[in-house]
Design a binder for this molecule. Sequence first.
Ligand SMILES: [Zn+2]
Ligand SMILES: [Zn+2]
Length: 389
Amino acid sequence: MRANCWQGKKKMQVEQVPDPKLINSQDCIVKITSTAICGSDLHLYNGFVPTMEEGDIVGHEFMGEVVETGREVKNLKVGDRVVVPFPISCGKCFFCTQGMFSLCENSNPNAWLAEKMWGHSPAGLFGYSHLLGGFAGGQAEYARVPFADVGPIKIENGFTDEQVLFLSDIFPTGYMAAEACDIKPGDTIAVWGCGPVGQFAMKSAFMLGAERVIGIDRFPERLRMAREKVGAETLNYEDVDVLEALHEMTGGVGPDACIDSAGMEAHAPGLLGAYDRVKQALMLETDRPIALRQAMVAVRNGGILSIAGVYGGMLDKLPFGSVMNRSITIKTGQTHVQRYLKPLMQRIENGEIDPSFVVTHTMSLDQAPHAYQMFNDKQDECIKVVLKP
Ligand SMILES: [Zn+2]
Ligand SMILES: [Zn+2]
């Protein structure tokens, strides 16, 4: 089959690789009809995620048709149309039974590596480094899906791929970030990063009852999407002082909750941004937490800071005194996608949201290297790319 393979920093290549095979009796094989490039794939592309190896198949947002099932698979049969969540979860361990699927303790065969880096290992993920299991990803013609009875959701309602594909990651990820804000009527929520996850976080904040949502970014096309498709107010941080603007917009109080959906490669002008870029380049700091720092300071006293953006390791110069003294609650985590599949599918069916609004580009899998470069460099107003194998 053909698959998009990581070959080093800024180097993706579509290659001919062996077809995946069933390994365990609970696996299935999915023939992929649509797959997407995620903002977090750019961290792989830019070489910020350790334990990637040349030839690794990337991609963790995919859907398709079941073409083979292991003998213990009960819920799926050949021909079923499914969306596959990005965390791989057994459904039976302590964490899975508590609904914390991205912390499954049975799905990362390289748990020892993650334990070395983080103390304990989270779940294995599709296409996201050997640290997180070394599983082949879904930017390919086929993928092996372990624990097939636990992850994939069957699509039986005739929606297009683009309307349901993002249940695999970014819709639940944005939703979980908004849910963590414990939104009450009248609340104002500020969101750093108006990429696809930020768009879903903003949309979800409204669905959960927020009165005002403020999106922060610097790309006009993303800010426009936030205003026109989501109904958010927007701030361009290259034009305004974000902290001052938020202060003013909230009567000096600050947003009730702040969401960081920018993550470890956040961009910042000025001295602090340069400091982070230099330290990150020298590997003295693994992440550039610029959005996070701002969100920490901006949130109102006693408010909630919800972090959806991906971080990998060590963060520098975080204003933790502000967090402690002002009683800020921090919530974060890789998304427990399986928990949200059915409720969010229900919201799609109810017509509360059509997730396809984020798609700006549809390309063939063979164009993946170009798509990465375009998405990374924000060319052609690229916000979300769907690839067709
Ligand atoms: Zn993703
Ligand atoms: Zn588990």
